[in-house]
Design a protein around this ligand. Structure first.
Ligand SMILES: Cc1cc2nc3c(=O)[nH]c(=O)nc-3n(C[C@H](O)[C@H](O)[C@H](O)COP(=O)(O)OP(=O)(O)OC[C@H]3O[C@@H](n4cnc5c(N)ncnc54)[C@H](O)[C@@H]3O)c2cc1C
Ligand code: SF4
Length: 485
């Protein structure tokens, strides 16, 4: 169906719009913030949001929407901001995205909606992500809209189990609860939110936001059960046969850390990024001694990798008191998969970047603590299958550096538990679940989406996959019973 062009509330003439500079988002001072875990970005003021919204030229063909994996009606919500109807703008986004306060903070807009914004062809693109964050925060501050007033739909009598409470699982819960199904989210950990709580640190995404989103879903009737490992506490078959779930969605994520398989990775002081960030975030290491998870204060912490996980780990190490914290990355900055904003913030906070360097061994002292990293310098060759230039070791370039903490952030794989306990579900050679475009797996009534299917990706892609699965589950349930109101 063709989208209606929204009513324009922008009073600034088109030509003048292009002369308005992109609004800077206030942020904590770099020196100060590298010693605390409070949020770095402080968000737009209402005045800034309106000025930024007025930069939109209301394109006939809004390419920004095509750049968004869940097709948020971007020009529509921007016009509502021009009209200072911030609650209306939040509701408009929520039609397509149930976690705007999260996506406004962590989505890589520079490679999605903002990359294809027409204004961006000659000027800086409209700051769509910052606007999304602004209206989502505004709505949270002012009661978050509809949770209390929502009319509960007629119960369908059908039960759906969602395994995993990351963005994929939450997106499925949000869509299916509207249809009157009985929804339960099972989570292995003791907090809900997946990577959003155990991986992404407080200074990028405050946990209070996730708690509020979970509370909203609870208010709408979604049940949440923690410390429940599907495949151990109960299998998928038991959920379906003994507990009567009509369908199951698997949003298990890709939480199994990968290592480099080089000597010395088992020394004390060498962590996977997963363990390091979980200790700090989920087990509140960053609030020691109020919380009793101690984390080591390093003299020189190196973080191996160049993605968002590596940036989160290095900035966490710095905040935990490391005298020096360095990124060690085998390619150049241009090839780094991390968001530009994170690289920029890390540099401002004093993180060192050792690019075109690859560790080949970690060396320990007599007590088994890591004390040194042996590395090689690299140069770049032709692009490989990832499209990035291939790193090639430079002969005779070996050198060592003193380190007392190492965090390996070179990617994650899939946990094999479900494949081991439910052989009916087909997995591929990387252990990811094989599912069609709508999330159907090889097991009747079982759907999957997010990182467990795609491998490590992004929050918005996980949510998009969740929404597609929700639609397919809905169809499946209708067929199963014959009618769903
Ligand atoms: C440190 C870090 C930083 C990141 N930064 C960004 C960023 O800035 N922007 C961005 O877009 N993306 C980022 N990502 C990627 C993004 O977080 C993921 O793509 C996304 O969270 C995947 O969502 P998901 O729902 O598939 O899985 P997850 O978020 O991994 O959630 C899966 C959940 O399932 C639970 N689970 C697993 N197995 C079971 C089981 N057997 N029983 C019960 N529960 C189970 C897990 O405990 C977990 O809570 C980052 C990832 C990491 C690790
Ligand atoms: S592409 Fe940019 S300018 Fe055009 S409608 Fe979208 S946000 Fe506005």
């Amino acid at each position: 169906m063709k989208r209606e062009k929204p009513q324009s509330f922008n009073t600034v003439p088109i030509k003048e719009r292009l002369t308005i500079p992109r609004q800077d988002m206030p942020e904590q001072d770099a020196l100060l913030r590298s010693t605390n875990f409070l949020e770095v970005n402080l968000g737009f003021t209402p005045e800034q949001a309106v000025i930024e919204a007025q930069r939109c030229i209301e394109c006939k063909n809004p390419t920004c929407m095509e750049g968004c994996p869940v097709n948020i009606k971007i020009p529509d919500f921007i016009q509502l901001i021009c009209n200072k109807d911030f609650m209306g703008a939040a509701e408009k986004i929520k039609e397509d995205n149930s976690l705007p306060a999260v996506c406004g903070r962590v989505c890589p807009q520079e490679t999605q909606c903002e990359q294809v914004c027409v204004v961006g062809k000659r000027f800086e693109p409209v700051a769509i992500g910052r606007l999304e964050r602004f209206v989502a925060d505004y709505a949270m501050l002012h009661g978050n809209g509809s949770a209390k007033t929502i009319e509960k739909p007629k119960p369908s009598g059908q039960k759906v189990a969602i395994v995993g409470s990351g963005p994929a699982g939450l997106a499925v819960a949000s869509d299916l609860i509207k249809e009157g199904h009985d929804i339960t989210v099972f989570e292995a950990l003791h907090e809900f939110g997946g990577v959003l709580v155990y991986g992404i640190p407080e200074f990028r995404l405050p946990k209070a936001i996730l708690r509020e989103e979970v509370a909203n879903l609870e208010a709408k009737g979604v049940k949440f059960i923690k410390n429940f490992i599907v495949g151990r506490t109960m299998t998928i078959q038991e959920l379906m046969t003994d507990e009567g779930y009509d369908a199951v969605f698997l949003g298990l994520g890709a939480g199994l850390p990968r290592f480099m398989n080089i000597p010395g990775e088992n020394l004390n002081g060498v962590y996977s990024a997963n363990e390091f960030l979980t200790r700090s975030n989920l087990m509140r290491g960053y609030e020691f001694p109020e919380w009793d998870t101690p984390l080591y204060r390093a003299k020189h912490a190196i973080i191996v990798g160049g993605g968002n996980t590596a940036m989160d780990a290095v900035r966490t190490a710095k905040r935990l008191g490391a005298d020096e914290a360095s990124i060690v990355y085998r390619r150049s900055e241009e090839e780094m998969p991390a968001r530009n904003e994170e690289i920029h913030h890390a540099k401002e906070e004093g993180v060192q970047f050792l690019n075109l360097v690859n560790p080949i061994e970690f060396i320990g002292d007599e007590q088994g603590n890591v004390v040194m990293a042996k590395c090689l310098r690299m140069k770049l060759g032709e692009p490989d299958e990832s499209g990035r230039r291939r790193p090639i070791p430079m002969e005779g370039s070996e050198f060592t550096m003193d380190v007392d903490m190492v965090v390996i952030a070179v990617g994650n794989g899939s946990n094999p538990l479900i494949a081991q306990t439910t052989p009916e579900i087909e997995t591929n050679k990387w252990g990811n679940i094989v599912a069609d475009d709508d999330g159907r797996t090889s097991m009747e009534g079982v759907f999957a989406g997010g990182d467990i299917v795609s491998g490590g990706a992004t929050v918005i892609l996980a949510m998009g996959a969740g929404r597609k699965s929700a639609a397919a589950i809905s169809e499946y349930l209708k067929e199963k019973v014959g009618s769903v109101t």
